[in-house]
Design a protein around this ligand. Structure first.
Ligand code: PHE
Length: 341
């Protein structure tokens, strides 16, 4: 029996050492110490032995039980630690590997130029106003001295909404009247109104949606010289110190007199090149003295005050500033284009 216990011990400890997982260890435990386990059987059979033998054998068998329990626990912890180590090795991250570079967003060239335009006019005492993109016929045309049937409407035929009372604004000029109505009779009025406008056009230099900045100044004694100085100052700051402007007589129903304003070509400096088609000049905006009817519609007395207004195309200014030839590039949003500014 002594002999047997030594053999049993050897066998049991071998099984414990060979177990690789907690499940296998549990199997070993059940096989030896479970209700029908081998050691449990030995302990139970002690009852049949004669008393002196039972005592010494009982001692040894219980020692073996404790030893086995201790070994099972020790091995269980060993197996668990081993699992941990394997998991760590599997999930190891090399923190010294270079990361995946994040591509940062970029402000659109039109936005950059718009911000520059706003900064220039703010520094001259203008405030920035906004108007709705879906306008009424009234503000987009009628109050700007363009009654129904006026030929100037054909030049800006647009996108009408529902019954024709609403439309996508063709110009930022309606903000002139909206702003005056919100201010009258306060003076002075000095505002610019940037925003999107819509026209039925689509080619390399026209897009059905584009951006304008409207300008309006109303005060006592405003004259054409103020208009000219303001626009010259703007052109110089926007397109470079040496830029000059020229005014050509033109027609807008809401200004009188009206002018189209050109700046010296920023590509050739005025000598004449392909961009300016050999003229040395590039058109940048339309302007004029606010028509008395428009002042009146805005709530001001044209006998007492006068004003000037202008409207410039943001795409045009941006194309001139950066020498961009195709306006459609602005709206294709190719990062190779946008990222250059
Ligand atoms: N609204 C005109 C256009 O879109 C530009 C303009 C604005 C002209 C203000 C004169 C005064 O063509």
């Amino acid at each position: 029996m002594d002999e047997d216990l030594t053999l049993l011990e050897k066998e049991a400890l071998q099984e414990v050492a060979a177990a690789e997982t907690e499940e296998e260890l549990e199997d070993v435990r059940v096989r030896w110490l479970g209700r029908k386990g081998r050691l449990t059987g030995v302990l139970r059979s002690l009852a049949e032995l004669p008393a002196p033998l039972r005592k010494s054998m009982g001692q040894k068998a219980n020692d073996l039980k404790r030893l086995l329990e201790g070994e099972l626990e020790r091995r269980r912890q060993e197996v668990r630690r081993q699992r941990e180590r394997e998991k760590m090795a599997r999930e190891r991250v090399d923190v010294t590997l270079p990361g995946v570079p994040l591509r940062l967003g970029h402000r659109h060239p039109l936005l950059l130029v718009l911000e520059e335009i706003e900064a220039i006019f703010r520094s001259m005492g203008f405030e920035v106003a906004h108007g709705p993109e879906v306008e009424t016929d009234l503000y987009n045309f009628a109050l700007l001295n363009i009654p129904e049937g006026h030929p100037a409407r054909d030049m800006q035929d647009t996108f009408y909404v529902e019954d024709g009372r609403w439309l996508l604004r063709t110009q930022t000029s309606p903000v002139q009247v909206r702003f005056m109505q919100s201010r009258a009779p306060q003076l002075p009025v000095r505002m610019i109104a940037p925003g999107r406008v819509y026209r039925r056009d689509d080619d390399a230099t026209h897009s059905p949606m584009f951006h304008q900045v409207e300008g309006l100044v109303v005060d006592e004694g405003i004259h054409f010289g103020h208009l000219r100085w303001t626009l010259e100052e703007f052109a110089r700051r926007m397109l470079g110190e040496k830029t000059k402007i020229r005014l050509r007589p033109s027609y807008f129903p809401f200004t009188e007199p009206s002018a189209e304003v050109d700046a010296t070509c920023s590509v050739c400096g005025g000598k004449g090149c392909a961009t300016c088609k050999g003229t040395g000049w590039l058109e940048i905006l339309g302007a004029g003295m606010v028509h008395p009817v428009v002042l009146q519609n805005g709530g001001y007395d044209p006998e007492k005050v006068s004003g000037f207004a202008f409207g410039l195309g943001v795409e045009r200014i941006t194309m001139i500033k950066y020498g961009i030839e195709d306006l459609r590039l602005f709206f294709q949003n190719d990062p190779r284009f946008v990222g250059q500014f």
